[in-house]
Write a protein that binds this ligand. Sequence first.
Ligand code: HEM
Length: 408
Amino acid sequence: MDTSQKTQSGINKDTKQEQLNLFRMNHDMESLSTNQGLRINDTDDSLKAGSRGPTLMEDFHFREKLTHFDHERIPERVVHARGFGAHGYFQVYESLADLSKAKFLQDPSVKTPVFVRFSTVVGSRGSADTVRDVRGFASKFYTEEGNYDLVANNIPVFFIQDGIKFPDIVHSIKPEPHNEIPQASSAHDTFWDFVVSTPELAHMIMWLMSDRAIPRSFRMMEGFGVNTFRMVNEQGQAHFVKFHWKPLLGVHSLVWDEAQKISGKDPDFHRGDLWNAIEDGEYPEYELGIQVLPEDQEFAFEFDILDATKFWPEELIPVRRVGKMTLNRNVDNFFAETEQVAFHPGNVVPGIDFTNDPLLQGRLFSYIDTQLIRLGGPNFHEIPVNRPVAQVHNNQRDGYHRMTIDQV
Ligand code: HEM
């Protein structure tokens, strides 16, 4: 069979929206029904045996309504539980064929659909936006060759060098185990005990205690891939790369006193700011930047270029701005989209590859593993926001909540 017939072409910024349209449901002015589609005229009274009850077990509508309610919660993310997402698109400025064969990086006229989720790391899902913390900046590119996820933070370095310490740093910065205090804060003993016993963390702690950790807006934050990746071109030549997002509005922060007051007065400050900007047509824009090193320069510097506790100095290895992302559409439903989206640094496309960075290798294990429990089984790639626009054909079937009806 000619495999080119099976490849989707012509993917543009609307393709993902058209796919999502298949799942969107407008309930406005429709009559109420059960989940089995049975119309009902009353959702306020259960069926009683006599005028004073008790409620009858046979009232299937009562049972269904309560059962669904009882099961409405899924586990929040272990880290980055509080977040806010939006749709948009990405365009490369000029072909990057010299560096990468990734199709979405070749043609400046192609608008690749994206979904971005910004987050804090430590706080639970209901915590405040303006706490002192690292911010997540995760982007999913729905490319014609499959989903590519750039799972970034707003700080260019990381706490640790080896993924095996990730549970330890996270346990230390989460609330103390005996009383679950403090919420979304690094100002407590278990964290500082970890800091003093972990010398590689010194660089990151400077960033965490700086105004980078209290951004003014998601629209005014940089993003950094942190780990070193590789780009590979059609000839098989590889370059090491660091990824950057540069906000066109510039980088701006709050001051600590403002951040604390806003936490009390408007805990949704950042999500409100992003939502309103998009509703008002003030679409946030970020340029994609790359720092590039030929493979033979792996050992040319005094620092290890695969060490996530160091950045590559921009005066030595300048950032080249290669494209722009625009966020232009709010979600229709927070749970369906922002809560259920699943990013994974291992979602790459041909032309983008990994390195030996041990922190990155830890990440490559952890994301899918946690999503299997958070999203309840192995079919979460079929959830509308996670579905690639590229076609999926394989023999991985069955499992909880399978949506596709495989015919052969
Ligand atoms: C070994 C180190 C790391 C491990 C084991 C790890 C693990 C995790 C896990 C388990 C999640 C929750 C995922 C989910 O429930 O969907 C997560 C989320 C996230 N991580 Fe990491 N992480 C690590 C390092 C990093 C680094 C270095 C960055 C930044 C470059 C980063 C950025 C993010 C972001 C942005 C999210 C939130 C994604 C979203 O919005 O859903 N992580 N991480």
